[in-house]
Design a protein. Structure first.
Length: 212
């Protein structure tokens, strides 16, 4: 079964943040727990400049997360990024050989963002590699389902069409809509955060009761 926890990102995950206001952020890509301040890890910089794009119409920027085995830290490429208001930034790590899970945490003059505690205008994306029935919780509560079908039992054309899609799940009042999603192995689910703070998405530690 896949590992799923928005607080601990792996190469199957991406963290996306929309930046609606001008600001200058210092941020870390870190394996240090959320309650601790990174001491030895490098800082990275994100400047959001005034822009004319409306929400949903901004550019997308990708920051590549890389594990440095010599320094035992993560790096961000590029280390400095300038974007415009209402642009999106996606953080993703392609390879994690020998590295721990990570989170992205930043603070600016006007606001902050964190993949470990998702807030407004954030998204968490997970690529499901293995078939199965995944029960997950939001903020440690509820039973919500991602049903992942075995792609080997599907017509190749049908599979290719489905795998190209990424179902969207909206989180409102700590509840996902829809509550259950059916996908195929090799497909990504995107959880979008509405206006709430402190959202986490993780597998239910308890197995599903028989028949559910």
């Amino acid at each position: 079964m896949d590992f799923l926890d928005s607080r601990h990102l792996t190469n199957h995950d991406s963290f996306v943040q929309l930046f609606p206001a001008s600001d200058v952020f210092e941020y870390f890509v870190t394996s240090v727990p959320a309650a601790m301040t990174p001491q030895h890890e490098p800082k990275f910089y994100l400047e959001v400049k005034p822009g004319t794009a409306q929400k949903g119409e901004g550019r997308q920027h990708v920051v590549k997360v890389v594990w440095d085995p010599r320094a035992m830290t993560f790096t961000a490429d590029p280390p400095r990024l300038e974007i415009a208001q209402n642009d999106f930034v996606t953080w993703h790590c392609d390879r994690m050989i020998g590295s721990p899970p990570y989170s992205v945490r930043g603070r600016g003059q006007q606001g902050s963002f964190s993949s470990a505690s998702l807030g407004p205008h954030a998204a968490f994306m997970h690529f499901f590699l293995e078939a199965g029935r995944y029960a997950y919780q939001v903020n440690g509560a509820g039973v919500f389902i991602v049903e992942v079908l075995d792609h080997r039992r599907m017509d190749p054309e049908v599979y290719a069409k489905r795998a190209a899609d990424a179902p969207l799940v909206q989180i409102r009042r700590a509840r996902p809509d829809p509550r259950e999603v059916e996908i195929v192995a090799g497909q990504t689910v995107v959880w979008l955060i509405d206006e709430e703070q402190g959202i986490t998405i993780a597998l239910n530690p308890q197995p599903l009761p028989p028949g559910e």
